[in-house]
Design a binder for this molecule. Sequence first.
Ligand SMILES: N[C@@H](CCC(=O)N[C@@H](CSC=O)C(=O)NCC(=O)O)C(=O)O
Length: 278
Amino acid sequence: MRKISENRCYGGIQGVYSHQSEACGVEMTFAVYLPPQAEQGPVPVLWYLSGLTCTHENAMTKGGFQCHAARHGVAIVFPDTSPRGDGVADDEAYDLGIGAGFYLNATQGPWEPHFRMYDYVLEELRGLVQESFPVTDRHGITGHSMGGHGALTIALRNPSRYQSLSAFSPIVNPSQSDWGRKQFSAYLGDDEATWAQHDASILLGESGWHGDILIDQGTDDQFIDLLRPQAFAEAASLRRQPTVLRLQKGYDHSYFFVATFAGDHVKWHADRLKAERP
Ligand SMILES: N[C@@H](CCC(=O)N[C@@H](CSC=O)C(=O)NCC(=O)O)C(=O)O
């Protein structure tokens, strides 16, 4: 692992690092915020998965998470959204290829050699964070838009790995959306049966989640028809899944919206990550 930068921030350290990823087959950059409490001992971890076109940097610089993480004593990890660099396939569209990994393992060419963000986030980067930083084995996960899709699908498929779950304006029904169908067809192929494992509304309906889920969604979100929050609400109702879905009046899809509710999400996770183990 290579240190790119470290800056003092709210009494803790905002770091940016890179490493050679086995899962993605390229050098990957990520950011970690360590709160001041990490100087006294290991702290729980919150994963923040970003959306289309983002790197590790967007949420790190615009989300305003650090002050809340410092208050609650939680580390935050900001991974990249796709592999990038020499030999990595791309597409002209902003919503396919670089910056649009959709947190899955591609099975189709030309994506399959590098687009393995599911394994990267769930296994490889988690292992690296766990061994390189003063963190506990209590992990929560959240994300925005495509990153909200990643957070929900990764947690719903791996409930024992995450103790808390939330999302900001997530893509929740990608198999029925133009933010999903095009990408799943490219990355996974045309057999739609393989897509269900990457659709939060389907996964929730099938298996539920062991805790409660917080979702914030702006009512003036310009992409709301692509996100399909109604599908997740229906799945949660049918499943009797404890869920707090807040439709936030007047908010759009931007990082102004994310920053507004960042504190609520960090507290949501901290309360659950620091609770007594059952
Ligand atoms: N360029 C596109 C939309 C790009 C966009 O809005 N990306 C969002 C995430 S959307 C879902 O995953 C984002 O977080 N952008 C980065 C930022 O810093 O705002 C278009 O204009 O249509």
